[in-house]
Design a binder for this molecule. Sequence first.
Ligand code: AMP
Ligand code: GLY
Length: 422
Amino acid sequence: MKVLVIGSGGREHTLVWKITQSPKASQVYCAPGNAGISQLAQCVNIEADSIEKLIDFTQKEKIDLTVVGPELPLSRGIVNEFNKQGLRIFGPSKEAAEIETSKVFCKFLLKKYNIPTANYQVFQNSQKALDYIKKQTFPLVIKADGLAAGKGVFIVKNLLQARDALDTLMEEKKFGEAGKQVVVEEFLEGEEVSILAFCDGKTVVPMVSSQDHKKIFDHDQGPNTGGMGAYSPVPFYSDEFKKRVLEEILEPTVKGLRIEGKEYKGVLYAGLILTKEGPKVLEFNARFGDPETQVVLPRLKTDLIDILNAVIDDRLHKINIQWEDNAAVCVVVASGGYPGKYQKGKVICGLERLEKMKNMIAFHAGTKFQDDQVITSGGRVLGITAWDDTISKAKERAYKAVKEMYFEDMYYRKDIALKAIK
Ligand code: AMP
Ligand code: GLY
């Protein structure tokens, strides 16, 4: 079977790595890929959102299965377009992906189907939003409706900060159309957990739990990033939470989407917060998480291609998905300055030493080849991922590997998975 993975980050490297382990994969391609991916798959120089070019390539190469990594092509309807051509693709339609691409739609769905989430109001006008905010108690959360690369969420502690956030979104229009509407919601307290689930429109099968580390600095300080590390499983995600998340959140969401005529097929990613009253939804994403995928997929025992095909063919209930009883930790190594300005083009040294280490892999994100050397080409550069019997051992293994590599101005958090060990 010929498989094409779309995207170029650590998540896509992990998908390619897992797919190449399947005896069913005869040839694997990635568009556009990165330096690490090019060692496992044939990289194709087509951007992830060039839908027409991707269709041409898929038809010409007779690709049997395409897997979408990032949200942008989903939001532009890549799955709808592939389906129109009769091409097999894993991911939700544009309409179903609205659960990620419109926070207003997501909140509407949650409210309509009684799914636990923060109380909220939607505004199209910043003055009306401010009038409402004046009557609430701080902190509050202000969110852009549309996609904003993880930068459209503001936790505000006073009126001044609320005004600044609304100005950024609605007056300066920093995220364009994405900020045309905003959601203002109550601030929830608790630990965050990411639950990614396979979904074929009817059946939903959660994967093992994971936790992202969104802030740039240790102990969750500083601005948000795409994610600075992750671990799996999450020790405080008890069996009781697990049951409640399935029954109170995942199943009703999938059912609600179906009733709304937006049948959901693909990976449904629930960003949850475990509050005193129970688990609540912070957001949904319409795809695998990054860096959550880097710690979840190494623990998957079942052939990933079998699962992806079962989702496409509506027979997820027929397969038994199995997981290793171990733990995984991913430490993201970033370019100094990220998530602000940073330099590219730094030579990465020591990667060959990592290849000799056991139970670990350096998943590439912003890397490329230049003159036979691997150089940095993005903010998040590598996701050094290790697995072992316990989180503590996996963490030790991952950090040991991080210390074997180097590039100028490299930065990483020193406290990934610490919360799970104490
Ligand atoms: P989102 O993109 O909606 O997941 O928001 C990004 C991050 O902002 C989350 O991972 C949380 O850390 C934080 N956040 C979002 N909504 C809330 C909320 N209602 N209460 C507390 N923190 C929140
Ligand atoms: N780890 C956050 C995300 O994938 O959106």
